[in-house]
Design a protein around this ligand. Structure first.
Ligand SMILES: Nc1ncnc2c1ncn2[C@@H]1O[C@H](COP(=O)(O)OP(=O)(O)OP(=O)(O)O)[C@@H](O)[C@H]1O
Ligand SMILES: [Mg+2]
Length: 235
């Protein structure tokens, strides 16, 4: 499998937000998309998943190819069926569905992930299976959002700020979940602001600034460049 994003441009209405985002991810890789607030990380993920038209946006240039197939113009459900699974920013758990209904609503059978497998992986969700989405804690909602994406049996899992706003212990649980998924060979595109954690987990990093890829490289490369971290990440 491979996702290739090359020179991606995208706009909301008149406002050109992406002007040259490039990244690649192959089988079993964990790649992060880094950058300060408002730099275009979420927009990049929306563009890949076909979600921009539903949000008043559109791809205006560049390439997004999944195993050589151009994604722009395809509906989100088709992109999902092609093996891309998103854990969206803000989780977006269905509040009036039960945990189990959330998991099965968008599920696609055939692969490692069934209801039983997700419940085994997240025992807390099994305990809460009859509860409404709205009755869960933030951490449980995040687990549910990850479980829901896994239920589509994605070949590439995209996570947009999966540890945002969670207590430290719950964050640690999410990082452990992601490390376990990586160990199984799950390819992951990850957006997160916790640099120490992503540097431990990821194979490569892509830094975006004002809608443009300005750097990409390994954790060692990022560790070796305080200027890069100061200039583009304000750390
Ligand atoms: N639906 C929208 N309509 C218009 N402009 C938008 C929309 N969503 C985002 N933007 C703008 O696009 C730019 C990039 O936003 P985006 O959400 O992609 O950034 P981000 O890197 O994910 O930021 P954050 O770290 O805060 O999540 C910002 O200037 C933002 O205000
Ligand atoms: Mg964002």
């Amino acid at each position: 499998m491979s996702l290739v994003v090359e020179g991606l441009r995208a706009a909301y209405g008149e406002s050109q937000v992406l002007q040259g985002v490039s990244l690649t991810i192959g089988a079993g890789e964990v790649v992060t998309l880094l950058g300060r607030n408002g730099m275009g990380k979420t927009t990049t993920v929306r563009a890949v998943m076909g979600l921009l038209p539903g949000m008043g946006g559109r791809v205006t240039g560049g390439r997004i190819e999944w195993d050589g197939v151009a994604l722009p113009g395809l509906a989100p459900y088709r992109i999902g069926r092609m093996g891309l699974g998103l854990v969206p920013e803000g989780r977006l758990v269905f509040p009036r569905l039960t945990v189990e209904e959330n998991l099965t609503a968008t599920a696609r059978a055939g692969g490692r992930w069934s209801l039983d497998a997700v419940y085994q992986f997240f025992p807390r969700l099994a305990e809460r299976r009859r509860n409404m989405g709205s009755q869960l804690s933030g951490g449980e909602q995040q687990m549910l959002a990850i479980g829901r994406a896994l239920m589509t049996n994605p070949r590439l899992l995209l996570l947009d700020e999966a540890t945002e706003g969670l207590a430290p212990l719950i964050r640690a649980e999410i990082w452990a979940v992601l490390a376990a998924l990586k160990a199984e060979g799950q390819a992951i595109l990850l957006i997160d602001k916790n640099l120490a954690a992503v540097m431990r987990l990821a194979d490569r990093h892509v830094v975006v600034e004002k809608g443009r890829t300005v750097w990409s490289g390994t954790s060692e490369g990022l560790a070796a460049s305080p200027e890069l971290r100061e200039t583009y990440l304000h750390l």
